[in-house]
Structure formats: structure tokens, C-alpha cells
Ligand binder design. Structure first.
Ligand code: SF4
Ligand code: SF4
Ligand code: SF4
Length: 263
């Protein structure tokens, strides 16, 4: 990229639901501003199609779940100056990673009328398991304001801010009543990475951890708290084994509960 050229940007889809790409499309006026500042080379949801091109910034949604994904991510990495993984699928393997470790080929036969057409790998894995990732945006889906902040930072040539605080900090700052303290509802906010603006507690419900683990997440303490609220060990495991089941801190929390033999 020379000074006169606009940065070339691509948005790629892997195994995913497209929800994080929609977060881009839902940027509204910000998307129009962004479109004026960059050259959008590839973004199938929005129109431009050129997945093979060299780009300055590649946003990647989705997990690596097929052998074709394995090849494609290598190609994208080799042709992108910066690669940004967006969303839980890309950062932890996503909901489709629930099959990891328990995959049974018999399920495919039971579910699909043409199982021979299914080419899934046994494991769904995050982008960083395969190539160098320059920045990760967590969430299911990622939030629009976070996308804007990351793009602005990259266009200014500075490192985007990685928010590793807990949802509780955003929740308290906004003055939401704590659903766990006031109503005894099991909330994942104390171990979940901030960035959504404490969306769920703001609507009177618990956080279910869609932003993945925060830094220094005390999962042991939260598991004990969930138990004191009446959750069975199995129910506690299920709280950690959800959208970000393969994120190391949540995987370790579930394994610890299982190892104790409670599950
Ligand atoms: S992280 Fe969630 S919203 Fe984004 S693509 Fe994956 S399933 Fe969809
Ligand atoms: S409602 Fe959840 S996120 Fe908010 S303070 Fe309580 S535990 Fe934390
Ligand atoms: S409160 Fe929790 S579950 Fe709700 S959007 Fe935020 S991180 Fe996701």
C-alpha cells in the first residue's frame, strides 16, 4: 500500500452462520464511512468478489471445519498483511466445536440423507490454530462499535485495544442490577471478556459467555458460586461448554469439574 492508495480489505467466511459479517453490514453510516476509506476487495455478503487478491487487512469469520477450509486459510494468510479473526467461531471454534472430542461418524449417517456429501473434519478449530492471527475480536456475534474501533486503529497504524476486562466491569459501570446477586440467576459475567456493553444483564438476563474467557478468569470460584445457587455439576459444565467450549479457560473449567467426578 502506498500513501496514495486506499488500504485493500477483504472479509472472508469460513464455517459460520454469517452473523459476524452481518455485524459489518449493520454498521449503517459507519459502513459508508468505512467504504470511503478502504478498497473493499472481497466481501461476498456485500457484493465484491475477489477472494484470491492480495490485501492489507483480511477479516476472517468462521472456524476451520473442512479440509477445504484448511487449504483456504493458508492461502488467505499468505496474501494478507494483517489477518483479524472475528467472532467466536474464528477465535475458539464456535458452537460447532461442541463435537470436538465426542465426534461419532454414526451421527452423520443418522442426520443426513446423503452423508457422503458431508466433508467435515472431526474437530472445528479456531483460525489461530492454523495460521498467525494479528488480532482477535471475540463475541457471537462481534459488536459493531468494536469493529469500528479496530478498523480505525488499523487505519491509523496503531494496535487495536484488546479489552480483556470482565463483563461485570461494564455491567457495574452502567448501573445494571446484578441478576446473580438480586435474583440468584447463574451469570457468566465474572469470567467473560467485556466488549458487548453488558448487553444481557442490561436486559435483565444472565450473560452466557459469548465473548469467551476474560483475562485471569476465576472459573473455580464461579463454578462454586453456581453450585451454591443450586446448579448440578453437569449444569455447571454446560455453562462453560457452550459457544466458546474450546476456549482454553472454559475447557479447563469443565474438565476440572469432570475430573472431580461430579459430572
Ligand atoms: S461467532 Fe456467532 S454470529 Fe459470528 S459467525 Fe460464529 S455463530 Fe455466527
Ligand atoms: S449481572 Fe452478571 S455481569 Fe452483571 S455484575 Fe452480576 S454477575 Fe456480573
Ligand atoms: S452479556 Fe454475555 S452473553 Fe450477552 S452479549 Fe455480552 S458477552 Fe454475550
Amino acid at each position: 500500500m502506498t500513501g496514495a492508495q486506499k488500504p485493500r480489505v477483504a472479509v472472508h467466511k469460513f464455517s459460520s452462520c454469517d452473523g459476524c459479517q452481518l455485524a459489518f453490514l449493520n454498521l449503517g453510516e459507519n459502513l459508508l464511512t468505512l467504504a470511503g476509506r478502504v478498497e473493499l476487495v472481497h466481501f461476498a455478503e456485500a457484493g465484491p468478489l475477489d477472494p484470491e487478491s492480495e490485501v492489507d487487512i483480511a477479516f476472517v469469520e468462521g472456524s476451520v471445519s473442512t479440509s477445504e477450509d484448511l487449504e483456504r486459510i493458508q492461502h488467505i494468510r499468505a496474501h494478507s498483511r494483517l489477518l483479524i479473526a472475528i467472532g467466536a467461531c474464528a477465535t475458539s471454534g464456535g458452537i460447532q466445536a461442541l463435537r470436538n472430542g465426542v465426534f461419532d461418524a454414526g451421527w452423520v449417517t443418522q442426520i443426513y440423507s446423503h452423508p457422503e456429501a458431508i466433508a467435515s473434519l472431526e474437530r472445528s478449530t479456531p483460525i489461530a490454530s492454523h495460521v498467525k492471527v494479528d488480532f482477535e475480536l471475540w463475541g457471537c456475534p462481534v459488536s459493531g462499535p468494536q469493529i469500528v474501533a479496530v478498523v480505525n486503529a488499523l487505519l491509523l497504524g496503531v494496535a487495536p485495544r484488546d479489552n480483556v476486562d470482565k463483563v461485570c466491569t461494564e455491567c457495574k459501570r452502567q448501573g445494571h442490577p446484578c441478576v446473580m446477586v438480586t435474583r440468584g440467576i447463574a451469570c457468566m459475567g465474572p469470567v467473560t471478556r467485556a466488549g458487548c456493553g453488558a448487553l444481557c444483564p442490561g436486559l435483565g438476563r444472565d450473560c452466557y459467555g459469548c465473548y469467551g474467557p476474560a483475562e485471569n478468569a476465576n472459573t473455580d470460584a464461579l463454578a462454586a458460586q453456581f453450585k451454591s445457587l443450586g446448579l448440578t455439576p453437569r449444569a455447571v459444565v454446560h455453562r462453560f461448554q457452550s459457544i466458546n467450549s474450546q476456549a482454553p479457560a472454559f475447557l479447563a473449567a469443565a474438565d476440572t469439574i469432570r475430573r472431580r467426578g461430579d459430572d
